[in-house]
Design a protein around this ligand. Structure first.
Ligand SMILES: [Zn+2]
Length: 284
């Protein structure tokens, strides 16, 4: 996939201020707001007709809005039931196929639940399915980054180490880093400048500069407890240190797409974009 230019701020789905809620209207609104990306939320199922996909592609190109897509929540590549694994694989494939049709850049999915299994066992199952997914997409000529996301709940597969491992082992796979999820998963960690910088250091060391030039990220405020994520919050209602996230994004010259998943969606996307455009690089 071709890298996008610079760091693009976007919304998880159609902005809340969009008068009529549809993908096309959402893209137009993203452009009006001065944002640069939108994530298509297929979280309850992948549905988009070919004719709509064609129009979405055209409107996004004209508006210069980069599209990403989020796969359905009902994915568990570690389900003990084989049909559920197959259905999960299909949901990820369908997300990638639609993303490709609309000229999208990257897709993200929540890979699995640990259930009763050891993390290493779950890792190898996820890896096996993901290898199949990538082989199928290659055969079909579907070009889009495929990204397991860092998960917010401790019952969910998706530590930073796990998604980095999959990215090292499988071509076409890179992590989707969700900063709120890492913060919740570590029950309050990944919140100082040093902790946030350590994420980028790790990615650069293990996956190279290429990874930092092609990042797909999520952020929001978050409420969490001892099991991790409880719910997303707006940045200013949360303890998330977004100011230092902005600094680290600058310092590490991170490029790609960063999507706001706050309840106010575009509110926090604009807040972060504004801070970012005023921030100065402090090192490197
Ligand atoms: Zn997600």
């Amino acid at each position: 996939m071709k890298p996008v230019k610079g760091l693009l701020f976007g919304t998880a789905g159609v902005p809340v201020s969009t008068p009529k809620k549809g993908s096309i209207e959402g893209i137009v609104r993203v452009r009006e707001l001065g944002l640069d990306a939108m994530e298509l939320e297929f979280v309850y199922g992948v549905r988009m007709s070919d004719s709509l996909a064609q129009r979405v592609k055209k409107v996004a190109e004209e508006a210069k809005v980069v599209l990403t897509a989020h796969a359905p929540y009902y994915v568990n590549l570690n389900s003990p039931e084989k049909e559920k694994v197959e259905a999960s694989i299909k949901r990820i494939l369908d997300t990638a196929r639609v993303a490709h049709k609309v000229g999208g850049w990257s897709i993200v999915f929540h890979a699995a639940y640990y259930g009763e299994d050891e993390p290493q066992v779950v890792y190898s199952r996820v890896k096996e399915s993901l290898e199949r997914i990538m082989a199928t997409l290659k055969d079909e000529g579907v070009e889009v980054w495929v990204r397991p996301e860092t998960a917010g709940g401790l019952a969910e597969f998706g530590s930073l180490e796990e998604v980095v491992g999959l990215s090292e082992e499988i071509e076409g796979v890179l992590p989707c880093v969700d900063f709120a999820h890492l913060h919740a998963r570590s029950v309050g960690g990944y919140n100082t400048y040093e902790e946030i910088a350590s994420i980028f250091e790790l990615l650069e060391k293990r996956l190279g500069r290429e990874c930092l030039r092609n990042m797909h990220m999520h952020f929001s405020g978050i409420e969490y407890g001892e099991k991790g994520e409880i719910k997303h919050l707006n940045l200013e209602e949360s303890d998330f240190n977004y100011r230092d996230l902005v600094k680290a994004l600058k310092d590490f010259k991170v490029e790609g797409v960063i999507i706001s998943e706050s309840p106010n969606i575009e509110g926090d996307a604009l807040l972060l974009k504004k801070l970012y455009s005023k921030a100065r690089r402090s090192k490197k």
